[in-house]
Ligand binder design. Structure first.
Ligand code: C2E
Ligand code: CA
Ligand code: CA
Length: 597
């Protein structure tokens, strides 16, 4: 019984007026009592009056108490109302059915007034408690939702810059700390870039602060556009931005981003409907070379940025002098490479290939060089990657093929009819198969070089990604009559499946396997295995980088076919190669003689 709360309502259901009167008398002192004399009436009353408790007779005509109880449980509105069933004495079966129907308790007829009052009071109290709890819970849920919303808002304000929406100084420091931890744990390298706008103060002073704000927002957008999703672009304050480039494999990746940043910043901005040109300065520090802590890395990126500003702005600078020197050399070389064509600075050396069994010269490989005005002769390793980075490789590659074909066509016409010319392809040339095939076809037509004398060298990595497309390109080259060689074999996946599925005629064993070729060495087993495998697949094998007599002997025993290397000859200029062909220049190796091919 609750003295303080509003009076509870109890619905008493019984088809016998006597029983109703009896129960009514028991309860009327403490509760508001409603009556119903049948199942249907009970359901209607429960729905409209929503009593706090129902005392329900089981035995009623038409609809019995179980059905009414089950129905009340089934209704959303009445589901929570406790139902006490009134049954005949000791009707165990009725009790089981009653519980199944969802009754909370039983009273036996004839009813004991004290028991009725006690049970009703107990269940009403329970219900009140449950209702209170539910209310409290709902309120709590709402409070939690609100608190979370607020928290998120606060966090955003605490970790993100309100103007640009970028991570702020605090979050930047967290991320940098994380990057260092990741770097330590998983040996990952990363780069830190400090970016500073060169003319921000000028914009603020002459166009006003709102223009300055627009500029910062636009800069933030552009900076985010040049990095991957996993990288962090943050604003430290003012016109200072930072970028954390995670997982970089080489400093040139950081350099590439720095260049893109500068490009973005020097593209004009529209401020107050006028075009405004600014530029930026970028300082780069690398983990772990330039520091192992967030503090060191930040300090060094900052001082590199200062150097960039000093060096005339719109520039990037690595903290490490050595890396910076290399980076700038690369940049200069890239620029000069464009002019190198016009100035005729590229040339080709030819390295002979020899058949071991006969000592015959079988062919030659074209190797490009760049006679640089300042640096002297540069080898492919020093400029092919740059050419690939700028896309110049397409032109360089086409030039090499054309030049080599027009050189070698003369030698073939002079009588060396079986001479095979090998030319290296870059994976970049391979990307556009259509264009490559067209270029090769044109070159053959224009130089008159016989396709059957041409061999194009590819590497396994070129086949990566889209093997099907690569295979199509190779097949089209094959159809022209050209043969295909797999270069540097053994350094990649050395996939037999790949060799089998592609139209390849030759494999070239990489010189790293030849270097320590001794009778009982591991490499000896490798070359021997490759040679026998190649025989089974019907492939020709060229062994590269042969330098000594001992290597020759071993390869001979293993049934080696063609070899290429300093032992016979280094790559030679065009004129020297001609001398070699005509016997005016001896081929290395005591028992080797150049025989007409
Ligand atoms: P590669 O195709 O494996 O070429 C063989 C390289 O090994 C050449 O270096 C050659 O000079 C060197 N070599 C030959 N015999 C020996 C030897 O007995 N001992 C040693 N230690 N080295 C030997 P190079 O000319 O510096 O070329 C390096 C790479 O540059 C070539 O490797 C090739 O992948 C690439 N390359 C050369 N010319 C071109 C080209 O026109 N286009 C493309 N895309 N790549 C080229
Ligand atoms: Ca090659
Ligand atoms: Ca090679």
């Amino acid at each position: 019984m609750d003295a303080t709360g509003p009076m509870s309502t109890v619905l008493v259901v019984d088809d016998s007026p006597d029983n109703i009167r009896l129960l009514g008398n028991i309860l009327v002192r403490d509760y508001r009592v409603l009556f119903a004399t049948g199942g249907r009436e009970a359901m209607e009353s429960a729905l409209t009056n929503l009593p706090d408790l129902v005392l329900l007779d089981v035995m009623m005509p038409e609809i019995d108490g179980f059905s009414v109880c089950a129905w009340l449980r089934g209704q959303e509105a009445t589901r929570g109302i406790p139902v006490i069933l009134v049954t005949a004495m000791n009707d165990i079966e009725a009790e089981t059915r009653g519980f199944d129907a969802g009754a909370v308790d039983f009273l036996n007829k004839p009813v004991n007034p004290a028991a009725v009052r006690a049970r009703v009071a107990a269940h009403l109290a329970l219900k009140r408690q449950r209702d209170d709890l539910e209310r409290a819970n709902a309120q709590l849920q709402e409070e939690i939702r609100q608190r979370k919303r607020l928290e998120a808002q606060l966090r955003e304000q605490a970790e993100f810059d309100a103007l640009t929406g970028l991570p702020n100084r605090k979050l930047f420091h967290d991320r940098l700390q994380q990057a260092v931890l990741m770097g330590e744990r998983r040996q990952r390298n990363f780069a830190l870039l400090f970016v500073d706008l060169d003319r921000f103060k000028w914009v603020n002073d002459t166009l006003g602060h709102d223009a300055g704000d627009v500029l910062l927002v636009e800069v933030a957008k552009r900076l985010k556009g040049v990095v991957r999703k996993s990288d962090t672009v943050a604003r430290l304050g003012g016109d200072e931005f930072t970028i954390i480039l995670s997982d970089i494999l080489h400093e040139s990746m950081a350099e590439l981003v720095a260049r893109k940043v500068l490009e973005q910043l020097s593209t004009p901005f529209i401020l107050k409907s006028q075009e405004v040109a600014i530029s930026g300065s970028v300082g780069i520090s690398l983990y772990p070379t330039d520091g192992g802590t967030p503090h060191e890395l930040s300090r060094n990126a900052d001082s590199a940025m200062y150097l960039a500003k000093q060096s005339g702005r719109n520039a990037y600078h690595f903290f490490s002098e050595e890396i910076d020197r290399q980076a700038h050399r690369r940049l200069t070389l890239e620029g000069e490479m464009r002019l190198a064509f016009q100035k005729d600075e590229f040339f080709i050396d030819y390295q002979p290939k020899v058949r071991l069994t006969t000592g015959c010269l079988t062919g030659l490989e074209a190797l490009v060089r760049w006679d640089h005005p300042r640096e002297g002769v540069l080898f492919p390793k020093q400029f092919i990657p740059l050419a690939e980075g700028t896309g110049m490789i397409t032109e360089v590659g086409a030039w090499v093929l054309r030049t080599a074909c027009s050189d070698a066509v003369c030698w073939i016409e002079e009588g060396f009819a079986n001479l095979k010319l090998a030319v290296n392809l870059s994976s970049l040339q391979f990307r556009d198969g259509e264009k490559l095939v067209q270029m090769v076809e044109e070159t053959l037509n224009e130089t008159g070089f016989p396709a059957r004398n041409l061999e194009l060298e590819i590497t396994e990595s070129m086949m990566l990604g889209n093997t099907e497309q690569a295979s199509t390109t190779l097949n089209r080259l094959r159809e022209l009559g050209i043969s295909i060689a797999m270069d540097d074999f053994g350094t990649g996946f050395s996939s037999l499946a790949l060799l089998k599925s592609l139209p390849i005629q030759v494999i070239k064993i990489d010189r790293s396997f030849v270097r320590d070729l001794s009778p009982d060495g591991r490499n000896s087993a490798f070359t021997s295995a490759i040679l026998s495998m190649a025989r089974q697949l019907g492939l020709d094998v060229v062994v590269e980088g042969v330098e000594s007599d001992q290597q020759i002997q071993i390869l001979k025993e293993q049934g080696g076919d063609e070899v290429q290397g300093f032992f016979f000859s280094p790559p030679l200029g065009k004129d020297s190669f001609l001398d070699l062909l005509h016997g005016r220049l001896p081929l290395g190796g005591s028992d080797m003689h150049i025989l007409p091919v």
